[in-house]
Design a protein around this ligand. Structure first.
Ligand SMILES: NC(=O)c1ccc[n+]([C@@H]2O[C@H](COP(=O)([O-])OP(=O)(O)OC[C@H]3O[C@@H](n4cnc5c(N)ncnc54)[C@H](OP(=O)(O)O)[C@@H]3O)[C@@H](O)[C@H]2O)c1
Length: 297
């Protein structure tokens, strides 16, 4: 190989090449999922976006399909139901026969509770006696943020393996959207959510281990975002299916002095999807949130 040929490998379009890849992103109709959808489809990937609300997905496809080299295709499903996950895998199998990138991004938050009490009775009132604090709520949050990752990933393993076999030099990849909430020591006033995200980080590592131990060529990683504008963090989307968070809200909370931007997430998704040497890892992209809040370990 000549030096010029070697240089060629360092071009951005080779390092972060997702052209022609088939991707599926759950929760692709808003927030972080939409950022990931744009990152991949603008750079040539065919991206299936999955969510429960048809209008949201249709709006994203209508708005963001124009003038891009890839494609965005909406598919409605509830990924907390095993039969709907199976139907989704069958649909991708019939349409494509393989999958290159699976981003398990759909997630929900839990209710907030006050933790700033110096009195044990008051703390109990807030965390236990509050009628909103129920086992059912914990079950819902874990079902969407943890169990679902396990079932969606395992349902798609054959299609992901086929994606790797199809293309020399490419290993298909699972990217779970976890959170810095699963890393920081503070509860951020929502114990159930933070516990679920810590479980999701660990689940990613177990899956990465078991999948590679089975000699499958499928990489499993997770992205742990800090704060980004989304329906979860900022309420309803605007007419572009986008959200915003005032910069001042995080000026003093995060070393970056602002919430995350679309581009911060987009470059992380491209890196995590395309880097063939990344496996079993947590990619934290948080403007320094964990540095400021402190982690458990
Ligand atoms: N934004 C942040 O600051 C932040 C930080 C760290 C981690 N995260 C994580 O990032 C991921 C994306 O959240 P987001 O912040 O972008 O919030 P979001 O805008 O609310 O996006 C979540 C998406 O998931 C979909 N979804 C939820 N439950 C689903 C289900 N059962 N089946 C199919 N789709 C489902 C929702 O669509 P439907 O309701 O239409 O189904 C929605 O589009 C989540 O896992 C979240 O925990 C977010």
């Amino acid at each position: 190989m000549t030096a010029q040929q070697s240089n060629q490998n360092f071009k951005l379009e080779n390092l972060f090449n997702v052209k022609g890849k088939v991707a599926l992103i759950t929760g692709g109709g808003s927030g972080i999922g939409l950022m990931a959808t744009q990152a991949l489809s603008v750079n040539g990937a065919k991206v299936y976006i999955v969510g429960r609300t048809e209008e949201k997905l249709a709006r994203v496809a209508e708005l963001y399909n124009k003038g891009i080299s890839g494609e965005i295709i909406p598919l409605t499903a509830d990924i907390t139901k095993k039969d709907e996950i199976r139907a989704l895998a069958d649909e991708i199998s019939n349409r494509e026969g393989h999958l290159s990138i699976l981003m398990n991004n759909a997630g929900i938050s839990s209710k907030t509770q006050e933790t700033e009490h110096a009195d044990a009775g008051k703390l109990r009132e807030s965390l236990f006696d509050d009628p909103a604090a129920t086992f059912e709520e914990w079950d819902d949050v874990f079902r969407t943020n943890v169990s679902q990752l396990f079932f969606v990933t395992t349902a798609f393993l054959p299609l992901l393996q086929r994606g790797s076999e199809k293309e020399h030099g490419w290993s298909s990849t699972v990217i779970n959207t976890t959170s810095i909430s699963g890393i920081v020591k503070v509860s951020q006033h929502h114990f159930a959510y933070n516990a679920s995200k810590a479980a999701a980080v660990h689940l990613t590592k177990m899956l990465a281990h078991e999948v590679s131990s089975s000699n499958l060529r499928v990489r499993v990683n997770n992205i742990a975002p800090g704060v980004y504008p989304s329906e979860m963090t900022a309420g309803e989307s605007d007419e572009m299916q986008k959200n915003s968070i005032p910069t001042e809200k995080y000026e003093k909370k995060v070393p970056a002095a602002r919430p995350g931007r679309d581009e911060d997430m987009a470059s992380t998704v491209l890196f995590t999807a395309a880097n063939q040497y990344l496996n079993g890892q947590t990619v934290v992209v948080d403007g320094g949130y964990v540095l400021a809040a402190g982690s458990v370990n």
